[in-house]
Design a protein around this ligand. Structure first.
Ligand SMILES: Cc1cc2nc3c(=O)[nH]c(=O)nc-3n(C[C@H](O)[C@H](O)[C@H](O)COP(=O)(O)O)c2cc1C
Length: 188
């Protein structure tokens, strides 16, 4: 697979969910930045258990957006503006919980509110334990999100951090880059 898409002038809003695959986001941010994209990141509260806002901020070169009710952040770059200022929203890792919230239209934190408030394309990279992925609820949510026009990259089959094997492993950063490239190119 070639690894050379350029994203000069493109703005990606990356929403990082609370899954073990969150560490792969650091690599994704680095590769997006290398290729000329501007990356802003929103981290959910759970995401901060897996990667630090400091690491994410160091790589994006921007503050990390973390709270819906932070007066300073809301005054400088509100939740509506965050999605308005992006060409594409990418959710990686898209946890089972985030998928469920998106599918039911919840907006109870900054990540879900930005996702509900956007009219931009949204690409999600699901990542979870195989049984969570195969659960009827997650499959129902997957179908609802696909019907709503949400684009997917992965999940892949593979060994998981939990020691199991099967579908649920997050797509690798290079695959996500190519999916982003396809989204930013728009409809053929
Ligand atoms: C060690 C650990 C790893 C986890 N990995 C995942 C995961 O890969 N995918 C997932 O959907 N949930 C995972 N969870 C559960 C989520 O962290 C939990 O559902 C959380 O509420 C998701 O928050 P979010 O909506 O901010 O992503 C994990 C939990 C722990 C403690």
């Amino acid at each position: 697979m070639s690894v050379s898409p350029r994203f000069d002038g493109k703005r990606v809003l990356l929403i990082i969910g609370g899954g073990i695959a969150a560490y792969k986001c650091l690599e994704l941010i680095r590769r997006l930045k290398e290729r000329g994209a501007t990356v802003r990141a929103i981290m959910t509260r759970a995401a901060e258990e897996f990667v630090t806002p400091l690491s994410v901020s160091s790589l994006t070169g921007e503050i990390v957006y973390r709270s819906l009710f932070d007066l300073t952040q809301e005054a400088e770059m509100g939740h509506i503006q965050l999605s308005r200022d992006a060409d594409l929203l990418v959710v990686a890792p898209a946890t089972a919980d985030l998928m469920a919230k998106m599918a039911s239209g919840q907006a109870n934190d900054l990540a879900t509110t930005a996702l509900l408030a956007t009219d931009k394309p949204v690409l999600i990279a699901p990542a979870m334990n195989v049984r969570m992925w195969e659960h009827a609820a997650t499959q129902r949510n997957r179908a609802t999100l696909a019907k709503d026009g949400i684009q997917f990259v992965g999940p892949n089959d593979g060994d998981m951090a939990c020691g199991e094997f099967g579908p649920g492993r997050m797509a690798e950063p290079v695959e996500i880059l190519h999916a982003i490239e396809a989204q930013l190119a728009g409809p053929a």
